[in-house]
Design a protein around this ligand. Structure first.
Ligand code: PLP
Length: 379
């Protein structure tokens, strides 16, 4: 059987990773500034994380959620404390898409409405609220599975008002920072007004922090820069540092009842152990402060490079847009300088490094990047 070929992949086989470095099968070492789409939060193979997961596998139960699992309770408590959401409840799932689907369901159950408002260039996984952010004409969106999804422009509060005033929208879903769509930061004032508008019209506000959460923006959640408190927050990616785990953080306005939501694997003992270890390390190593500091340094330095059209982002979630396609620059960074980066669309490089990135490694990237830009754009 062949693999169903949906991912454009580099012909590089990674066999080892430590911190911000990965090594391929030939022993070549790379600086990882992408972390598998923001998945690596605390760094590759952190010893504490490896030890706890190994211990869990060796000594303790590994089971679905049909029995009591105290690790879920421990995780909920720690996440509430670290994120500043102690009064919210936690529902554990396995991925970002599943977190968003459950958030949409909750919003719909709660309001009795089925219309969803989303934003152009947004991405919420392969869900009912997905948007077409690719040029592939075969991918039509939204992939509507029962919700009636409408789209409007980011930061356009007047358009939002016109839609919400009808009071037939169950949820507005918005990313803390748009990731796949090109690293676009919602204006803080827009987020505040959006939150107020949702409250006034009985609409549930879902903050998708799957990519922008877990400290990446320099706060635990990107929306916390605007000082708002959404009704539902979805997380995944960096939550397990590569172990598949996701969640919905649920405000006290929602009442739980048996059977309302469910999933077989969500919140397994291993997933909880991974997620607890990540939170312990984020706290002990002050990774959110590091993300803020190194991210700001990178953004400042990138802004000095004249060939760059625009630098967008916050913390260690950075988009670098050029006038031209970035494929050649990224390939040269990878094959000549041994640095992994990501992309959003054709013209934007996307940086999503582990949150432990050092200033030394940031400088290594900056020096290499400037050399590659010079050689590529001078051609
Ligand atoms: N939401 C956002 C903002 C994402 O960036 C992604 C994935 O890139 C998802 C949801 C979907 O997450 P998953 O791939 O774990 O389903």
């Amino acid at each position: 059987m062949n693999l169903f070929n949906v991912y454009p992949l580099f012909d590089i086989e990674i066999t080892k990773g430590i911190g911000c470095r990965i090594t391929d099968i030939q022993g070549i070492e790379y600086l990882d500034l992408y972390g598998g789409h923001a998945v690596i939060s605390i760094g590759h193979s952190h010893p504490y994380y490896v030890q706890r997961l190994t211990q869990q596998l060796e000594n303790l139960v590994f089971y679905s959620n049909s029995v009591q699992n105290k690790l879920q309770v421990e995780l909920a408590k720690k996440l509430g404390q670290v994120a500043g959401y102690e009064d919210y409840s936690l529902f554990l799932v396995n991925s970002g898409a599943e977190a968003n689907e459950n958030a949409l369901k909750l919003a719909s159950f709660h309001t009795g409405r089925r219309k969803v408002l989303s934003f152009s260039k947004s991405f919420h996984g392969r869900t009912s609220a997905a948007v077409r952010v690719t040029d592939n004409p075969k991918i039509v969106a939204p992939i509507n599975e029962g919700f009636d999804v409408e789209f409007t422009e980011l930061n356009d509060i007047e358009s939002v008002r016109k839609i919400l005033i009808k009071e037939d929208v169950c949820a507005v879903i918005i990313e803390g920072i748009q990731g796949v769509g090109g690293i676009r930061v919602p204006e803080l004032e827009f987020l505040k007004e959006l939150s107020a508008e949702c409250k006034a019209t009985g609409t549930i506000l879902i903050l998708d922090e799957v990519q922008s959460g877990y400290g990446r923006s320099g706060k635990f959640f990107a929306h916390q820069h605007a000082g708002i408190r959404p009704d539902l927050i979805t997380v995944a990616k960096g939550m397990g540092n590569g172990f598949p785990v996701g969640a919905v953080l649920i405000s006290p306005i929602f009442e739980a009842s048996h059977g309302l939501l469910g999933t077989t694997f969500g919140g397994s003992h291993l997933a909880c152990t991974a997620a607890i270890s990540v939170l312990d390390i984020i706290k002990a190593e002050q990774l959110i402060i590091n993300a803020e500091k190194i991210g700001q340094y990178l953004i400042n330095e990138l802004n000095k490079i004249p060939q760059i059209k625009e630098v967008r982002g916050m913390g260690l979630m950075i988009g670098i847009e050029f006038e031209k396609p970035v494929k050649e620059i990224r390939n040269k960074l990878l094959f000549e300088k041994k640095i992994f980066t990501g992309a959003s669309g054709t013209n934007t490089i996307r940086l999503l490094p582990p949150l432990c990135l050092s200033k030394q490694d940031a400088n290594l990237f900056l020096t290499s990047f400037k050399e590659i830009i010079q050689s590529t754009l001078a051609d």
